[in-house]
Ligand binder design. Structure first.
Ligand SMILES: [Zn+2]
Ligand SMILES: [Zn+2]
Length: 267
């Protein structure tokens, strides 16, 4: 892939490697653009009690500074795009808005990980599925995606069906829930990503499913590509498979972002 817009680094407490190593990995692969998009500091939980979910709030200015330093340093070799995986957590919009508006981002990813205090993507919290109707969690999750799209905080939605991660089958058909989420993405002019990290998760499938991808294409919603790398070696992972899949669905361009403006790049 010529670009990869979803990467992390050691700051979040659960990834390996400095930002510069991620940039170097993209350079080594001949990519045109690399997006740095570390997890937004926690707004709904205590950082002290959860040191391995995201960077501390006081680390955020240093993260942004380092991103911009790398953008300058590598400008002749690759275009570094400065981003953030900005969680959407219902009820914490004011805190999120302050972070989104507080820095000169190239782009901000709108990802839902939390339903309240439950991180539905965290294997350490997988026990919280017990005794719960799966379809109810899906409904709450896709409702949060719609709300995230409506905030105006984000450029694209990350791993739009990450709720499937632990491969708990919903008791009922969830096509309508997915459709409502896609309609919100369309209505608010956002893009979405093909995030390949799901292939290594229990669901053994990229985010989103082919069904959602095909529907997004029919709605003409722009797509970008994200490795969701938590190790420099994972930058661009499954790129050939991602390209083949997107071409099969009918996509010929990927969305790219600079200064919160979207452009398209052929692949
Ligand atoms: Zn992470
Ligand atoms: Zn994520």
């Amino acid at each position: 892939m010529p670009i990869d817009y979803h990467t992390h680094n050691v700051r979040c407490g659960h990834a390996i490697g400095e930002l510069e190593e991620y940039v170097q990995s993209a350079v080594a692969q001949g990519m045109k653009q690399i997006g740095l998009s570390d997890h937004m500091p926690l707004v709904n939980l205590s950082q002290e009690e959860h040191p391995d979910i995201a960077m501390p709030m006081d680390e955020l200015p240093r993260y942004v500074e380092e991103c911009f330093r790398l953008k300058e340093k590598y400008k002749d070799r690759i275009s570094v795009r400065v981003g953030l995986e900005g969680d959407y957590v219902e009820g914490f919009e004011d805190k999120i808005e302050a972070i989104v508006k507080g820095y000169p981002w190239d782009y901000v990813i709108g990802s839902v990980h939390f339903l309240g205090t439950w991180d539905v993507t965290d294997f350490r919290q997988a026990h919280r599925w017990e005794g719960r109707r799966v379809v109810d969690a899906y409904a709450q999750y896709f409702d949060a995606i719609q709300k995230a799209a409506a905030t105006g905080f984000y450029d694209y939605i990350g791993h739009i069906d990450a709720i499937k991660r632990f491969a708990r089958p919903p008791e009922e058909d969830v096509t309508e829930l997915e459709e409502a989420a896609l309609q919100a993405v369309k209505k608010h002019g956002l893009a979405f990503e093909l995030n390949v990290a799901g292939i290594h998760a229990p669901c053994k499938e990229q985010y989103p499913s082919e069904r959602i991808l095909a529907r997004a294409k029919a709605l003409d919603i722009p797509v970008t590509y994200g490795s969701d790398a938590h190790h420099p070696d994972k930058v661009g992972q499954k790129g050939a498979e991602a390209r083949e899949l997107l071409h099969r669905i009918g996509y010929t361009h990927l969305a790219a972002f600079e200064g919160r403006k979207r452009s398209l790049i052929s692949f």
